[in-house]
Ligand binder design. Structure first.
Ligand code: SF4
Ligand code: MG
Length: 322
């Protein structure tokens, strides 16, 4: 297989300022040493509870947030080292769709200007040619070219997310990072947008990183899925393996909370006790040990390695050593 993107030892620590002199008094370790790859043409889902670092991970991949350290290898080049010019060029190929279609679209810009803006920024198409491209893009996402002169507030949530997707497609990117793209939408609208994303992926050969907290949405669209907890990737596997044979106790607990439609299948619900610890001071050793029902002495001291237990099934848990 060919990896379109490879992420190695990615860190993002946000400084916390405090005191009268507004000095750095600590760090939020939002992303705390994450490594994974994304294959060309696939959808990699990334799931986890809010605050686990999944959105921050997504934004650092395009350097919308600057990583503290780590390698971001896109098509063989480490874009973490790129200067502004090179970064601007490579961004034609990597786009981002934001979680909230209400706040991510500029309310004072027409739909035509919003969707066409990337073409302006990169100086690609102007005038009638740009207009034609924007009309095409609106058509591709299921909107009408007549929407060009309208404003975001005139559209429903689902339509606004389609506008966001049209904008992301404007430069014919290979990779699109989608940050909770359907979380703000009604369930019925969610599946329409998911279906659209799947159609577009096939039509344009797109690669997706799809970030969400909803395990059932991710299951539908993903080829592989990664699970994050407190700034770390704890498990990653192809979709069927992850959902049918999860190995990490945290993944098992998350999945046990997802209702199964078949009443014949009985499932034990694993209740996670305790709060998610603060990402300012994550627990020593395995950072899940404060909530893990299998925690051993070793787990409190030694951090488990995120490693392949077979067939690209990655797990960070000491139980895998047995
Ligand atoms: Fe639980 Fe230990 Fe595995 Fe962490 S390493 S998930 S605490 S068993
Ligand atoms: Mg988020």
């Amino acid at each position: 297989h060919e990896n379109l993107l490879e992420v190695r030892d990615l860190y993002k620590h946000f400084p916390i300022k405090g005191g009268v002199f507004s000095r750095t008094i600590g760090h939020v370790k939002a992303v705390d040493g994450v490594s994974f790859f994304v294959k060309k043409g696939e959808t990699l889902g990334i799931v986890g509870e809010s605050g686990c670092g999944k959105s921050t991970t997504g934004k650092t991949l395009l350097r919308l947030i600057e990583p503290t350290s780590g390698d971001i290898i896109f098509k063989g080049q480490n874009i973490a080292d790129f200067d502004k010019d090179n970064l601007r060029k490579v961004r034609r190929n990597m786009q981002f769709v934001f979680q909230d279609p209400y706040s991510s679209l500029n309310p004072r810009m027409t739909v035509g200007d919003i969707v066409g803006e990337p073409l302006d920024i990169h100086n690609i198409k102007k005038g009638a040619e740009k207009y034609k491209k924007v009309a095409e893009l609106l058509d591709v996402v299921g909107l009408s070219p007549y929407h060009i002169r309208r404003y975001p507030h005139e559209f429903s949530g689902g339509q606004r997310q389609r506008i966001g997707v049209a904008r992301a497609l404007a430069l014919n990117p290979e990779l699109i990072i989608l940050d909770e793209p359907v979380s703000a939408l009604d369930v019925s609208i969610q599946s329409q947008v998911i279906n659209l994303l799947e159609d577009l992926q096939e039509e344009f050969g797109l690669t997706y990183v799809f970030i969400a907290h909803d395990l059932s949405v991710v299951k539908h669209i993903s080829d592989r899925v990664g699970v994050m907890y407190l700034g770390k990737m704890v498990e990653m596997a192809d979709k069927d393996t992850l959902y049918d044979n999860p190995q990490h106790p945290y993944t098992q607990a998350l999945l046990s909370a997802v209702p199964i439609p078949d009443p014949e299948i009985r499932q034990e619900k694993i209740i996670l006790t305790g709060d998610v610890p603060s990402p300012v001071n994550p627990p020593k050793g395995c950072r899940f040990h404060t909530r893990c029902r299998y925690a051993m002495d070793r787990c409190k001291e030694e951090e488990p390695e995120f490693r392949d237990v077979g067939n690209e099934h990655y797990v960070a848990c000491h139980l895998m050593d047995k």
